[in-house]
Structure formats: structure tokens, C-alpha cells
Design a protein around this ligand. Structure first.
Ligand SMILES: [Zn+2]
Length: 436
């Protein structure tokens, strides 16, 4: 028998097609939401009084690097290519199984405590099983994959041949895709075109379509990167993905800052998903992606914090607020209304991952991934416009309880699947082992 939980008296921000906001109850059975109504009669195995909370869909971040969380605050004031070469690649190359485990655990802890319940993650070249083990154990919902790097400058610890990269990816897909009734899924993750042979990029496109999984990579983040790609391949970054047969609805491109009108046409025609990371784009000095244009064209744009060293947090509230604010001086104060930005952090993320029938809104039949946010914090009242509160004035510390698949992962701000008190010592112990 499935455990039932009756959540009572909540202010429910459903994000359903009508964008209904309901004061009422939610009945959860096992992993799924069964009913939403103004009143649901008990009994249930657990009755939870949510008076004083806004309940939102668990947030979805579509571009994260759990393997980099250990390097938070260690890589400031650099632009993308220097940041990668001088800091991030040497750090990633030095990872052990133990250090990557703690890095992933630290990231998941932060994500849960700020209300994110689903991520798409890009790992590093090695130790991807360890990241999946942490995702499995902690209860995070994730689409994840090892990064693929068979070309160009990179430290010895990140070198692999095309065949090794594909072979390792396929083994991981075999082991983890579909784990726990689909809570974990695999995505192929070539790092970016500059780190990959054309052969790898092409073969990966074929494999992604053969296995029906996502193709997750970075594209057109930085002006120098975009220029180097033009020099090497003779086409723009977005056109390259079309040329190699990867441009379709399963292609998820982080950033898309430097695109021209032909690129934008392709993004639209091929239903390519844009993963927008406003903090990372600002911190690395990459630029401001033309998100209002993309949204006007009907593209699916979602949000991600990217890596902790280029942010330096994994907090969806910061990403939503910045996503709105950075566009306004360029596109006008009327651009990026709060309700639209809130969708980017919820249902658009679900759509990006092909999970819109499972998560991203609070509706009967969907997975019970829920975030409970305190209503009456002094920095966030009053709130006639609830989306304005959620995007501009709410803070991550207002998240009080979080549930994934009907299981509590945060209760009264205490992590339920991670020993938070042991984390700082474990993190400091691991970072001592890095000699970069
Ligand atoms: Zn990234």
C-alpha cells in the first residue's frame, strides 16, 4: 500500500495551464499527487498542516555542475576560457572518488535547502557513477551525464579517446537511465564543441536519438569561444549542431549568449532548448543572452545556476531575480514579467527535460515534488502579486519543507537524506587534498 499524505490549508501555486492559485489541500499517495481541492477529507497516513506556507512545484534547474561545488569561491575574476584552463579543468582533473562524492553531496544539500528538486547535471570526465550514487541516495531528481572531452587542450586527468568517451557514456546510460522509476535519467554531455572532435559530436547525436535521451552541452557562451568555433568549423556554434545532426527538441544548449538571426531561426525551427544561466553569464563577463527575444519567438527557456565557481551559489531565487532584472535596461522595464520568469524555473524546466507530464506543476497524476515557502516573512509581505513575491522578494531561507516523489527531503529546514552537520568538515578535509 502506498503511503498517503494529506497537505492541508496550503496556498497552492499550481502552474497548471490556467495558472490557478488555490487555497486548499493536496492529497499525495506514494510518489504522486492524487487530488487538489479546497477541502479533502482525511484519513491519510500523515496529515501535514501547511497553513502559513505557499506550496509551489519543486524548482527545476536545467544546468548544474555538481562536480564543481567543491571549488566554490576558488575561481573568481576570470573569463570563460581562462577560468576553464587555469582553474576548473585542473581542479576537475584532480578529483578523486571521495572528493567528487562530497562535492555532489554539498551541491544537493544547497539545492534542496533552496527548494530545487530536479536538476540537469553535467559531470566531469571520470567518477560519474559516484555522482549518480549521491543522486540516488539523497532523493534528488536528475538528468545527468559524464562530460565528454576527446579533443584539444586539457590536463592529463581529463583526456580520453573518442571510443573511450562513448563507451563510458553508454555503460553509465545502461546502469542509471530509468533508475527509481525514472527519477534518474542519462543525458549525453559533450562539454562544448572546442573540447570535442567532430566525430564525437556526430556519434553522440546519433546515440542520443537512438536511445531517446537528451544531448546536453554548452554553446555560444563567450565571444572568444564563438569565434574559435567559427574558425575551426566554418559555421556558427548553433549551425554546427545542425550540421552534425544534433539539432532537434532533445538538444539542450546552455547559454546561447552570442547568436545571430540565422542562429535564432534555427533554435526556433528545431525546437532547441535554451538553458539560461544569468549569474554565470555576468560573473564570467560573458554577456547577456537575448532571452526576451527567445521567449517572444516561443522558444523553451529554462534556468540554471551553472557551476558554483561561476556563480557562487546554486540558488534558484537568485537566478529568477537576475533573469528578470538583467534584461530590463536592454529590453525595457516591461520585459520578463515575474509570472513568466517563475514558469522558467518550473514548468519550462520540466518541458526542457521532456518531463512536463511528470513535474513542473502541481496537478493530479504528477509526481509529488513540492516546495513549501513561508508566507509571512517581513522582507516579502504584502503580496497581492504572488509571482512578484516569489521572483523578487522571497529568499532561499524562506524554504521550510521540500518533498520529492512524496518523500520529505527537507523538513523544518533540516535535510532528511544528508547529514548536514558532517558536511563542513568533510568539505574542508577534501579540499586539503587538492594541490593546484
Ligand atoms: Zn556549465
Amino acid at each position: 500500500m502506498n503511503k498517503t499524505i494529506l497537505i492541508q490549508n496550503a496556498l497552492i501555486v499550481t502552474v497548471n495551464p490556467q495558472m490557478e492559485i488555490i487555497k486548499g489541500d493536496i492529497l499525495v499517495s506514494g510518489k504522486r499527487i492524487i487530488t487538489i481541492a479546497e477541502h479533502i477529507d482525511p484519513p491519510a497516513d500523515e496529515i501535514f498542516d501547511a497553513e502559513g506556507y505557499i506550496v509551489t512545484p519543486g524548482f527545476v534547474q536545467t544546468h548544474i555542475h555538481l562536480c564543481q561545488v567543491l571549488f566554490r569561491n576558488l575561481a573568481d575574476d576570470l573569463s570563460l576560457l581562462d577560468w576553464l584552463k587555469k582553474k576548473i579543468w585542473p581542479f576537475e582533473a584532480a578529483h578523486s572518488e571521495d572528493s567528487i562524492r562530497i562535492s555532489a553531496r554539498l551541491g544537493i544539500a544547497e539545492l534542496f535547502l533552496s527548494g530545487t528538486t530536479t536538476i540537469m547535471d553535467m559531470g566531469t570526465v571520470r567518477h560519474q557513477d559516484t555522482i549518480f550514487e549521491e543522486l540516488a541516495k539523497t532523493g534528488m531528481r536528475a538528468v545527468a551525464g559524464k562530460t565528454m572531452m576527446d579533443f584539444g587542450e586539457r590536463p592529463a586527468g581529463l583526456q580520453e579517446t573518442t571510443a573511450e568517451s562513448i563507451d563510458a557514456s553508454l555503460k553509465l546510460l545502461d546502469r542509471w537511465h530509468g533508475f527509481d522509476e525514472g527519477r534518474l535519467q542519462y543525458a549525453f554531455a559533450p562539454r562544448f564543441a572546442l573540447s570535442c572532435s567532430e566525430d564525437l559530436l556526430r556519434k553522440t547525436a546519433d546515440l542520443a536519438s537512438e536511445h531517446g535521451v537528451l544531448y546536453h552541452t554548452h554553446a555560444s557562451e563567450n565571444i572568444d569561444e564563438a569565434e574559435l568555433i567559427r574558425q575551426r568549423f566554418g559555421v556558427s556554434n548553433i549551425q554546427l549542431f545542425d550540421k552534425i545532426g544534433a539539432a532537434d527538441g532533445n538538444l539542450c544548449l546552455a547559454h546561447c549568449v552570442w547568436t545571430d538571426s540565422a542562429d535564432r531561426q534555427l533554435l526556433k525551427e528545431k525546437d532547441i532548448k535554451v538553458l539560461h544561466c544569468p549569474s554565470a553569464n555576468l560573473k564570467l563577463g560573458s554577456g547577456i543572452a537575448p532571452i526576451p527575444d527567445y521567449l517572444d519567438q516561443g522558444l523553451t527557456v529554462s534556468l540554471g545556476a551553472d557551476g558554483a565557481p561561476c556563480n557562487n551559489n546554486l540558488n534558484i531565487f537568485q537566478e529568477m531575480r537576475l533573469a528578470a532584472l538583467i534584461q530590463k535596461p536592454l529590453a525595457g522595464a516591461q520585459s520578463m514579467p515575474a509570472e513568466q520568469v517563475f514558469k522558467m524555473g518550473t514548468i519550462n524546466g520540466a518541458r526542457t527535460l521532456g518531463l512536463e507530464k511528470e513535474i513542473g506543476s502541481i496537478e493530479p497524476g504528477k509526481r509529488a515534488d513540492l516546495t513549501f515557502i513561508k508566507i509571512n516573512q517581513v522582507h516579502a509581505i504584502p503580496f497581492d502579486n504572488i509571482y512578484s513575491k516569489l521572483v523578487y522578494s522571497a529568499q532561499s531561507a524562506d524554504v521550510e519543507h521540500v518533498m520529492v516523489d512524496g518523500k520529505w527531503v527537507v523538513r523544518s529546514r533540516a535535510l532528511q537524506t544528508i547529514d548536514e552537520t558532517a558536511l563542513p568538515d568533510a568539505v574542508h578535509k577534501q579540499i586539503q587534498t587538492f594541490h593546484i
